[in-house]
Design a protein around this ligand. Structure first.
Ligand code: KIV
Ligand code: NA
Length: 268
């Protein structure tokens, strides 16, 4: 069996089929999602928060994305693996974007890359696509610009901002992007963008009418610590933080109390 390709993604929109995307940052977790049939995985720069302990995605480097993308590729057989271009790896212009995207394709083996920005990133998208690298765009709330946004704020509210979002979506589609992530966008506007594009939209906090949905896997599985206040858009499908903590406590208590290991775990 072969991997999912961007052609399969295009066909899904023609057929009106919705699909799921999850982030992945390591080989073993990626293999679980691959076996579960998740068709597209994103090695997101959300690894900064989730995996590397940074306060945002901003410090994430090409070395980090490349290493973890390679691990996710090795752990999967079927999924299309998308590598995120980190902050500072494409903003200088199309040539810088191509150099770094090429590295992700050659050294990590990803099938596509993602970058943030609509009209502002269209030239980058265009050169990558012309060079044979499929590109997923990302508009609405773009976390690499957290300093400029001043917080996790819903984008595209009001007529002017809505028109800009539609222009951004068209710009990356015209530049050749095969899909567009819409993050923190009002549901009605996300539905309008989805109708007006021939490439699929992938929503996160963008309502039910996008062609696909993405979540950060640790958020999806209840591993992330929200301090009791998860975001409104999130649905948690497991309680992994509790489950893993309970397992660690049970192991600790067995070791301290002498209940593990026993005869059945011992060699003679
Ligand atoms: O880095 C990431 O996880 C992302 C998704 C949330 C779209 O960009
Ligand atoms: Na990202």
């Amino acid at each position: 069996s072969r991997r999912i390709t961007v052609r399969d993604i295009a066909r899904a929109k023609e057929r009106g089929e919705k699909w799921p995307m999850l982030t992945a940052y390591d080989s073993m977790t990626a293999s679980v999602f691959d076996e579960a049939g998740i068709p597209v995985m994103l090695v997101g720069d959300s690894m900064g928060n989730v995996h590397l302990g940074y306060e945002s995605t901003v410090p994430v480097t090409m070395d980090e994305i490349t290493m973890l993308s390679a691990a996710v590729v090795r752990g999967t057989k079927r999924a299309l693996i998308v590598g995120d271009l980190p902050f500072g790896s494409y903003q200088e212009g199309p040539v810088q974007a191509l150099r770094n995207a090429t590295r992700l394709v050659k050294d990590a083996g990803v099938g596509a890359v993602k970058l943030e920005g609509g009209e502002r990133s269209a030239h980058q998208v265009e050169l990558l696509v012309q060079s044979g690298i499929p590109v997923m765009a990302h508009i609405g709330y773009t976390p690499q610009s957290v300093q400029a946004f001043g917080g996790h704020i819903v984008q595209g509210r009001g007529e002017e901002a809505a028109q800009q979002l539609l222009r951004d979506a068209k710009a990356v589609q015209d530049a050749g992007a095969f899909a567009v992530v819409l993050e923190l966008v009002p549901a009605e506007l996300a539905a309008e963008v989805t109708r007006s594009l021939h490439v699929p939209t992938i929503g996160i906090g963008a309502g039910p009418d996008c062609d696909a949905q993405v979540l950060v896997w640790t958020d999806m599985a209840g591993m992330t610590d929200w301090g009791g206040r998860p975001p409104k858009f999130l649905k948690q499908y497991a309680n992994l933080r509790q489950t893993l903590g309970d397992a660690a406590k049970a192991f600790a208590s067995d070791v301290v109390g002498g209940a593990y290991p026993t005869e059945e775990h011992s060699f003679h």
